[in-house]
Ligand binder design. Structure first.
Ligand SMILES: Cc1cc2nc3c(=O)[nH]c(=O)nc-3n(C[C@H](O)[C@H](O)[C@H](O)COP(=O)(O)O)c2cc1C
Ligand code: SF4
Ligand code: SF4
Length: 378
């Protein structure tokens, strides 16, 4: 697993994630056996959704009567325990997608199931019976109750993901910040038709791990998500072995070649906030200036932050580059002989250069998001 950690640097629920591909839950379909068949191509799987309190179970029965596949159990907890147990022997990080109507119901589940699984709150299901009982998409219209569910789960010291659908709530950015503030570890976002622009907005507003979802079935789509803020991608309908293995191979190849599997596009090419790691000194009128204003950092603070962050690292060198240090240098996709020369002189490889840039971006983000935000929900 060290090899996987070196390649992707991803930890979820204290476990190394072998590849940044997840299986998204599909009620009645995605259980442990479904995941086991695909285990060698994925890093994370959300089994379920499981309805775990009486109103959600009632709604699920109604949905099943209407022709939908559902997991229906009179006593769901032992079943979830058994399913999660089957996956415990694999190196797939296990998540359980849960439908429930109160923070108390999530709390009961955490009491009984413990901390070996990731708890995913289903705030995504738009089936009328589920929404009417106060679960699924209901939470997107009632973000304060959703935040209470997150806080309650976090009080059990478990890893929490929230599955949302973009464009349903009043303000997705405010929602993401409220979830961050409540302690969510992961936001799993079904982007619908909003695409990477919505993902970038969320990336730029909080430091939470992001899983991008919806029709991410080709490597081009995966790269689009990774270069605008996704840490992982997830697949539901097309989570067949052929698609998953192809994506896994392509992502692995890209990571081994470039060193930073989800590096952002440069800021002036539409990249997200992580791209500050590739930005120049603030000497011209370009997208850097409004970005700094938006995140509330002065030009002087930005310069000081980058200089401090690369101190003692290989990025400090580079006297023949435009600004005298690799700290200000561009992404590997922009050819530049001065940067290449400096990389060589510093006994770095292109791959190591990009890994150093990743570390720099993490330091920048740590500082930008060092304070939890004020509650935009009021
Ligand atoms: C049959 C089916 C059942 C689903 N059940 C759930 C569910 O229980 N919980 C949930 O959060 N999402 C559920 N989803 C949504 C998927 O996880 C995913 O967000 C959606 O299908 C879009 O991603 P895709 O294009 O990769 O399929 C379901 C989707 C399908 C097609
Ligand atoms: S600082 Fe450089 S890399 Fe960043 S937006 Fe401006 S021109 Fe682009
Ligand atoms: S030296 Fe090359 S890579 Fe570095 S900032 Fe100048 S143009 Fe960009």
């Amino acid at each position: 697993m060290i090899e996987h950690f070196e390649r992707f640097g991803l930890l979820i629920n204290d476990s190394v994630v072998r590849t940044p591909i997840a299986i998204a839950s599909m009620a009645g379909i995605v259980d442990a056996d479904y995941v086991l068949k695909r285990a060698s191509h994925i890093g994370l799987a959300f089994i379920g959704g499981y309805s775990i309190d009486e109103p959600a179970m009632r709604a699920a029965r109604e949905m099943a009567a209407g022709g939908r596949d559902e997991f229906l159990f009179d006593d769901p907890i032992p079943e979830i325990k058994a399913q999660a147990g089957k996956l415990a022997k694999t190196d797939v990080v296990t998540g359980i997608n849960l439908r429930a109507c109160t923070p108390g119901a999530f709390s009961d589940a955490a009491d009984k199931l413990g901390d070996t699984v990731v708890y995913e709150i289903d705030a995504h299901c738009r089936q009328q019976p589920m929404v009417e009982v106060g679960s699924g998409e209901y939470y997107l219209h009632n973000p304060r109750i959703l935040a209470e569910c997150v806080k309650t789960l976090k009080s059990h010291d478990v890893t929490v993901s929230v599955k949302i659908r973009a464009g349903v709530g009043q303000d997705d950015v405010a929602l993401a910040r409220a979830l961050w503030r409540a302690g969510a570890d992961i936001i799993h976002v079904d982007l619908m038709d909003f695409g990477y622009q919505k993902l970038r907005q969320i990336r730029n507003s909080c430091p939470v791990m992001l899983i991008a979802n919806n029709s991410i079935n080709s490597f081009d789509r995966v790269k689009e998500m990774f270069s605008h803020g996704a840490d992982l991608v997830s697949l539901g309908r097309r989570s067949d072995e052929h698609t998953l293995s192809g994506l896994d191979a392509a992502i692995t190849r890209y990571a081994d070649e470039h060193g930073w599997y989800n590096s952002p596009k440069q800021l002036c090419r539409g990249g997200d906030i992580r791209a500050l790691a590739f930005c120049c000194m603030p000497v011209k009128n370009c997208p850097l200036i409004p970005t700094l204003a938006k995140i509330g950092i002065s030009r002087e603070q930005y310069v000081e932050l980058k200089e401090r962050s690369v101190k003692g690292t290989p990025l400090e060198s580079g006297q023949h580059t435009c600004f005298g240090s690799l700290a200000w240098c561009c992404k590997d996709s922009s050819p530049c002989m001065f940067r290449e020369m400096s990389i060589e002189q510093g006994h770095l490889t292109g791959r190591e250069y990009m890994r150093q840039k990743r570390t720099l971006s993490e330091r920048i983000l740590e500082e930008v998001f060092s304070e939890t935000p004020v509650d935009e929900q009021g």
